[in-house]
Design a protein around this ligand. Structure first.
Ligand SMILES: *Cc1c(COP(=O)(O)O)cnc(C)c1O
Length: 404
């Protein structure tokens, strides 16, 4: 058995398809984000502008967040020292769960070490606890939800993206007594579109199904208190479980669910991905607490982000660039080919100091490769004008306008 030949051919396949992943080596400049340094070349770090960060509101550099983390570090030290059950249940964790439960108008919340783990652990455990459960999953659901559904061992029905008629057809086809769970996202992070949450809840009511909503790309950014699209649309009380991340708009790290006390108690008690792992560092949790509390009372960052996104979309459209029809803060530019997407991204970084990562399969379907821009409150109009100019030059140079 030639193991290394197998490994090498797995990598070769990625090169052939043009989707071998190259990580860009950067340091973000605190206080001056989205400015950063890139360590790609040989002449020392090169200044760049980051256009693809999920630190959507630049909370990762907010003075309140930094101060809270410093204070926690000097007060209680670096790590939590244990799992939640054995020594690692710090007062910061308890406070943050109360804060998140309140944010989503739920009885309780539960922290995980990432959004990925929160989806995987919660969906897998729910499916195991509910006998004969059937899980209905939007076809564009995130890999972490798909992993959780698979690990639940449940029957899975995939409904066409945001297609309520198809969802209803699948719901109606099941035994009316079988437990059912509808799993979906509020904001889809690659296309930037939004789920019809109330209509999904109407179907859940009609067919007596539970609902699970991933609000990862919405928490902090939508709703008067940053509770996500369920906050904006006044739908939070209708959902069984709301899931979010602490690593994107909240700017730090971690994930969570919010739900009724008894559901949180079940996940807390049965989910291996929650139980058998060291809890988040109290330093991180302290930073998140400051971030969540700030965004509950301040809409300044949210408003500035929406203005930036609207401006950039308009600027791309005016320049004839193939901006996708996003209704949110996400600004995807369709390329449709992995090699070309990488080429554009390489030119942007090398010649314009613009960092945007090409998005390839399996993150998006083949043939829909794209560049995904995430302008935020710290991206100025001058930066956006320069970006549009750079892209226009590249589109002309590579003669992409006709192709698109
Ligand atoms: C990023 C992402 C996650 C995972 O969250 P992390 O905190 O980064 O692990 C879950 N769901 C969706 C839709 C995501 O985009």
């Amino acid at each position: 058995m030639d193991y290394s030949k197998i490994f090498n051919s797995a990598i070769d396949r990625l090169h052939e398809e043009g989707r071998y992943r190259v990580f860009i080596d950067i340091l973000r400049n605190k206080g001056a984000f989205p400015n950063a340094r890139c360590f790609a070349g040989h002449n020392g770090p090169k200044p760049i502008t980051v256009w693809c960060s999920n630190d959507y509101l630049a909370m990762g550099q907010h003075p309140k967040v930094i101060a809270a983390m410093e204070e926690a570090l000097y007060d209680v030290g670096a790590g939590s020292g244990g799992t939640r059950n054995i020594g690692g249940n710090t007062h910061y964790h308890v406070d943050l769960e109360a804060e998140l439960a309140d944010l989503h108008q739920k009885e309780a919340a539960l922290l995980f070490t990432s959004g990925y783990i929160s989806n995987e652990a919660t969906l897998a455990t729910l499916g195991k606890i509910l006998p004969g459960c059937v899980i209905f999953s939007d076809e564009l659901n995130h890999a972490s939800m798909i992993a959780g559904i698979r690990n639940s061992g449940c029957e899975k029905r995939v409904w066409r993206h945001n297609d309520l008629a198809h969802l209803e057809e699948l719901l109606a086809a099941e035994d009316s007594d079988a437990p059912k769970l509808i799993a979906f996202e509020s904001v889809y992070s690659m296309d930037g579109d939004v789920a019809p949450i109330h209509a999904i809840c109407d179907l859940a009511d009609k067919y007596n199904a539970l609902t699970y909503c991933d609000e990862v790309h919405a928490v902090g950014m939508y709703g008067p208190r940053g509770g996500g699209i369920t906050d904006r649309d006044a739908a939070a009380p209708r959902l069984t479980i709301i899931e979010g991340t602490l690593g994107k708009a909240f700017g730090v790290m971690g994930g969570y669910i919010a739900a009724d006390q008894v559901i949180v108690d079940v996940i807390r008690s049965y989910a291996p991905g929650f139980i058998f792992t060291t809890s988040l560092s109290p330093v991180l949790v302290a930073g998140v607490l400051a971030s969540v509390r700030h965004l509950k009372s301040s809409s300044e960052e949210r408003d500035a982000q929406q203005h930036a996104a609207a401006y950039l979309k308009q600027s791309f459209a005016d320049a004839g660039l193939p901006v996708m029809n996003s209704t949110t803060h996400i600004v995807p530019l369709m390329v449709g080919d992995p090699v070309r997407a990488k080429r554009i991204s390489d030119i942007l970084l090398a010649e314009y100091g613009v960092y945007v990562q090409p998005i390839n399969y399996p993150t998006v379907p083949r043939g829909t490769e794209r560049l995904r821009f995430t302008p935020g409150p710290a991206h100025t109009r001058e930066m956006m004008d320069e970006l549009t100019k750079a892209l226009t030059e590249i589109w002309d140079r590579l003669e992409l306008r006709k192709a698109a």
